[in-house]
Design a protein around this ligand. Sequence first.
Ligand SMILES: C[S@@+](CC[C@H](N)C(=O)[O-])C[C@H]1O[C@@H](n2cnc3c(N)ncnc32)[C@H](O)[C@@H]1O
Length: 259
Amino acid sequence: MNSSVRKFVFRDLQKIDGYIDPPDALVFLSLIEKQQQENLLGGLAEIGVYYGRSYFLLRKISAPDNNVLAIDLFDIEAGDAQYQRFLDNGRSMGIPVDEELVISGDSTRLDPQAIIDKIGKVRFFSIDGGHLLRHVVADSHLAGSVLADHGIIAFDDTFNPAWPEVTIGVSDFLRRNSDRFVAFCMTKYKTYVCRREYHDFYRAAICEAQHLKPFEHADMDFLGSKVVRLHNPLNRRVAYEVMQRLGMGGLSEWAYRPG
Ligand SMILES: C[S@@+](CC[C@H](N)C(=O)[O-])C[C@H]1O[C@@H](n2cnc3c(N)ncnc32)[C@H](O)[C@@H]1O
């Protein structure tokens, strides 16, 4: 059980503006830990880092390796303010950004070789950039072409009614590539995909992960594959939110204790 990453998830993550919350942070942790245990190597990458909330999580989970690639337009604020806040967050977390592993630009125009040159084949690829169909089509194609055999793609904002084209893009990707890629896990916000040959391995990793015991597990079918849906129970969500709002971030881990 990685207690230092768990502390980071519950105490530090919320200090960074952004969108990943404990349920998906614990899925990231469980999957990447499993890869490490099985010596399944490769880089990690994210399209859409914003101010770095999930990027710093990936850095923390995969430390001491330094092979997390950040890709973003960094144009949300005037000038380079978004980029500077991203760097500042790294300094204040004690996880300085390696600027050699930042690609500042449009992911939809990125050559896969640019990723391979920086981190080699990718074992965990978080896609959270542009949320229109054309972005998801390009980003999923890019991720698929640099993914290690044992690699995972985590698509954000799937089935979110605010971003319907993400759902269409991910479904299209899975249907067009049904001989190669399948979903194995879904949360409220994300859909996790791997190569067909690794489906049972990662599905079992989710079912057996200690970090994920607090969530309700339900089996469902999605485009021809068995997917574990993780549900975040109301009582745990409320306990977590109350503790966070009372400034008791460190203690909020109690809401998601495995035992
Ligand atoms: C929802 S935010 C990402 C949140 C982040 N993953 C987190 O953990 O908080 C979306 C990000 O995608 C970036 N983005 C949007 N379109 C993009 C594109 N075509 N190429 C690269 N980045 C893009 C935006 O600049 C923004 O920072």
